[in-house]
Design a protein around this ligand. Sequence first.
Ligand code: PLP
Length: 402
Amino acid sequence: MGFIADRMSRIKPSPTVAVTAKANELKAQGVDVIGLGAGEPDFDTPDHIKEAAHKAIADGKTKYGPPPGILPLREAICRKFERDNDLKYTPDQISVGCGGKQTIFNALMATMNPGDEVIIPAPYWVSYTDITMLAEGEPVVVDCPADKGFKLTPDQLRAAITPKTKWLMLNSPSNPTGACYTTDELKALADVLLEDKHAHVHVMTDDMYEHIVYDGFEFATIAQAAPDLYERTLTLNGLSKAYCMTGWRLGYAAGNADLIKQMNKLNSQSVTSPATFVQWAAIDALDGPHDFIDAHNKVFKGRRDLVVSKLNACAGVECLTPEGAFYVYPSCAGVLGKKTPEGVEIDSDEAFVKYLLESEGVACVHGEAFGLSPYFRISYATSTEALEEACTRIQRACEKLS
Ligand code: PLP
């Protein structure tokens, strides 16, 4: 019997965090590396939110907070859902956590029994499968390749449901593809879940990138598109991405009050609550001005267009134009089977990404980490100059393959 728990062998460190760490390590050694692995905006947190945190600290908001989250923040979250999503929640339906990641962790820990299944459309955000496995559940991964716009279809959903299905996991706009579900697409998925024989299936929707959309795309979340699913939906969101608050660690979930109570119980026995002054500042973030988001989105859109056009000019690479988030997920099918100048065969997306890092100092994440190959993910939440240079290097690397 080993000292380390068996459950630890079911999971791996987050590959996106690992790529960022590797890129930083190389940079520290003086290697010229452009990191396109991190899923975090390069913009700083807006000043009014920082000032709210300073004030909260000065006002002594430095004591333990209650496990569900402070009431004024939960009230601000209820206002957000009503304003942005036309969804009515009361504070006892809200659980606040240390980032969206922890709220997903709490929701799965609170609901999964051994063998219960979670339907996860691939490519998926890396943590859905591993948190499911930590909670002793079974990820049921459904491939949604580029020719389906990286989106789950109603037929695929119907085929994946079993008596053991507990959750369908949805993420729109998506990390890693930037794909967004329209209201009609959400309604069509909801129709499947509303069939009598599927009444046991709940939906967890991760709306972390809600505000980061382009080309006039109208964001919708499933409980809004299909009000009949409201009782069975857990709606997740957080401040990390749109508010540029990744390091503040604040996320939240809204749903059935009995489930929320169990998630709060987990908070009470683990983190207690996110930092109290962060929660006070989060109220100012949610209630405050949002014009900076449009300004950021304009910059992101310019970068998206640049990256998509430059990647499509790379031999063997094909890239869709996503409608949201700050990622692209190009296919590298066209480079498989080719050889590097050193004679190494590119036999997988992992080998391609390794080649890009070693030959040109460009760090991206291989598609296998997100459950769908052969692709790779580029985060364009970095400076336009760095993106220009990175794409030039990728193009050069592709040309060197034969
Ligand atoms: N969900 C998605 C789809 C993400 O991309 C991320 C972060 O990368 C998270 C959740 C977690 O965000 P956080 O824990 O910072 O709120």
